[in-house]
Every structure is written in C-alpha cells, then in structure tokens.
Design a protein around this ligand. Structure first.
Ligand SMILES: [Zn+2]
Length: 405
C-alpha cells in the first residue's frame, strides 16, 4: 500500500491526546505522512520524509475530520412547511415527528438508501469523516429494523432509537398503549434491532419518555450488548442527566436545561455532554451554555443533530460558528468538540485526532487557520476531505472504495 506525504501545512491541528482534553495542538509549517490509512509521521514540513506520493497544500490549514456523533439520517420526506410555520410564530412540539414517520414507513428501501447517501455526500462536503445515525422514524419492528440494516451498510455507528416518540397507533390508546409500546421497544423491537446496532438511545424529556421508561429501555439494551446514550434535557429537566451518569451513557445529548448538580455529575463522569446548536437555531430556542460545562471540567462534543424536523443541517462548520457565537465557546474549543469531542462521545480513540497511529481522516481547509470556520460563517471553506488516507471525491465515494463511508 502506498504512502502519502502532505507538505506545507500552514496550520496543522492534531488534537494530540498527550496535551489533554480540549487542547488542539496547533503547529505551523507542518507536514504529515500517511501509511496504510493511518498517520505515520507528523513534524516540520522541512523535514518531511520521502513517500510514494506528495501533496502540497500551499500553506492552508489541515484539521482532523469532523466526527458527527448525533444525527438522524434514516427518514423520508421533509418538513419545510413546518419550519416556515414555526418561524412565523407557531411553537415547536414533538408532533411533527409523526409526519416523518408516515413518510418513512411509506418509503421503499431504495428511497431510504438514496436519501441516506445524499446526506452522507453532504456530510463529506462539510468535512465530516465519521457519522453516527439513529433509527427512530420507523417506530414499528419492521421499519426500525430495516432502517438500522440500511444504516449499518454505511456506518459502524448505528443507534437504535425506537424510543423516539410513542407512535400514534399506541399513543391514542392512552397509558395502556404507551406501556405496551415501551415493552415492545424493550422486547421484540430491540431483539430485531440489536443485530444492526452498536448503540441504544431514548428521547427522555417532557412529552417523550420519562426517566423510569428510559431506564427500562436502556437497561434492556445494555443486556442485549448495546451501549447506551440518551437525548437529555432538550425541552425541560426531568432528571435525565442523573440517569445518563447512573448507566454510564457515552453521551447525554442536547443538555440545554442543566442544573448545577447536573453539571457536577457530568464533570465527574465519563458521559460526554453533546451540544446540538442546530436544534436551538432551527427552533429559535435558547442555547445551552457550553462555558459552564467546560469550566466545570465536563467533556463537550458538538454535533449536527441532522434531522428533517428540528435541525436539517449537515454542516459542521455552521454548528461550530453557532457554538462560538451563541454558546460561549472559543474557536479552538468548538473545533475540538466537533472532532475529538465527537470521538469521545462515540468512545473512539482512533478518530478525532491526528496523533501517530490515528486514522488518517482529515480536512484540508481553503483557509490558513481553523479560526476561519467561525470567523467566516456561511462560507464553504472545506477544500478536501480525506478518510482512511484517501481523498473522498465530491460525488461522495472514497477513491479506492472503502466500504464504510
Ligand atoms: Zn437527536
């Protein structure tokens, strides 16, 4: 297998783990050598070793590929009309999910696959090299299992989210229907989903699933060898952070409404606080305060939450710009959270950084430094996206056909 030397990097962000969490390890005048899809050497460009091929980036910046640890890509249809109505003053509610559930159930496998591929192509163009995706718009055994089966052909990071909302055919029967749905998710649906899933997730919030239901579902998932993560405290605080820490969830996602005690719990745990600024942006809601979390010592990730209802973006640079402007993060903190933070939220050590031995997943920016991602909002600064040491061409395919894209 061939080696590639990347020369003349104006500013290289390594997120070198030895510097500690949150430190991006920026170095100027750098070079990097890739072998077998991994980072084999990092140093001064002037000392760059020989390699089979040579790429001169002309003084531009190179950063680790973004790790999008929270997305909902298994759906059909869109909800542009609902977005417009909301911007005209109608409040956001979980009810809109039903529209997407109906469209998803009606879609063919080919349609779901084509929609996923379109979004993944967009993600690559925005510099994302690893993405997680959840199910959650099928909400029947058959439709959840097929969503995860299709997703698993495109990413290792698949999440069973049967507990997204209670579907109408159960909800309309009141509490007995809800109880029956929780049993279905923890039983037959989980059994079918487990073969195609790494993670299990629950939307634990007002109007969705309460803490006891979430504990029952996540505990059943853990028993089926899935690892837990949770949607927590987006709309209100019903105690989901305590549950996240109790069950050692890899990540508690949203974290918009946090008590001081929640922040203490997160800071003292291995649970990452994943912030999703696209959701607050698209629902015109108050943003979480990343500053409080970071200052307390919590690990913070930033992800897109790409979904057709409340955050229909695949752009990590957009999320970084909003995180910096609205969530009190520095540009360096936002970049770390969108790369190494996302990797921590997926409990991955091989991605999110460019230390020796890391996956050679990186982005060549059309900018001299990473700061431009927030400093030049809305401008496409992604020059090239590389994954496992190979340039991903703009049509979305790895040049040498790596299967997990
Ligand atoms: Zn979500």
């Amino acid at each position: 297998m061939s080696s590639v030397a990347i020369a003349n990097i104006g500013s290289l962000v390594t997120n070198d783990e030895t510097l500690g969490a949150g430190k991006i390890g920026e170095r100027s005048g750098a070079g990097m050598v890739i072998e077998h899809g991994r980072v084999a050497w990092v140093g001064d460009s002037a000392n760059l070793p020989e390699a089979d091929s040579h790429v001169d980036v002309g003084g531009q910046a190179v950063i680790p590929g973004f790790v999008d640890s929270h997305a909902h890509l298994m759906f059909a249809g869109d909800r542009a009309a609902e977005f417009s109505a909301r911007m005209e003053g109608k409040p956001y509610s979980a009810g809109g999910i039903k529209t997407t559930v109906a469209a998803t159930r009606a879609a063919t496998d080919d349609e779901l696959t084509a929609n996923l591929r379109r979004l993944v192509t967009e993600m690559h163009a925005s510099g994302i090299t690893t993405f997680e995706t959840k199910s959650g718009y099928g909400l029947s055994v058959e439709d959840e299992v097929r969503s995860l089966r299709i997703a698993a052909a495109h990413t290792d990071e698949t999440t069973f989210l049967g507990a997204h909302v209670v579907p109408a055919e159960f909800a309309e029967r009141g509490q007995p229907g809800v109880d029956e749905y929780v049993s279905l998710v923890s039983g037959e649906m989980l059994t079918g989903a487990a073969a195609h899933s790494k993670w299990i997730d629950v939307f634990c919030d007002r109007g969705a699933f309460d803490v006891d239901q979430a504990r029952e579902i996540l505990t059943a998932g853990i028993a089926a060898d899935l690892a837990p993560r949770i949607h927590a405290n987006q709309l209100s605080n019903i105690g989901a952070i305590e549950l996240a820490v109790e069950l050692d969830c890899a990540s508690a996602d949203h974290c918009t409404h946090l008590s001081d005690r929640d922040i203490e719990l997160l800071a003292g745990s291995n649970t990452v606080a994943t912030l999703l600024p696209g959701a607050e942006f698209s629902t015109r809601s108050a943003y979480p305060d990343a500053r409080r979390l970071i200052d307390a010592g919590a690990t913070v990730a930033v992800a897109t939450d790409c979904n057709p209802g409340s955050s229909y973006t695949t752009s990590m640079p957009f999320c970084i710009a909003v995180a910096v402007r609205e969530m009190q993060m520095s540009p360096a903190e936002a970049l770390w959270s969108a790369t190494a933070g996302g990797a921590a939220a997926l409990r991955r050590r091989d991605i999110g950084h460019l230390g020796l031995g890391a996956a050679a997943d990186f982005v060549i920016l059309n900018a001299p430094s990473h700061q431009h991602l927030a400093y030049r909002p809305g401008v496409n600064l992604i020059g090239q996206t590389w994954r496992n040491g190979k340039l991903i061409d703009p049509s979305g395919h790895s040049k040498q056909g790596h299967s997990h894209d």
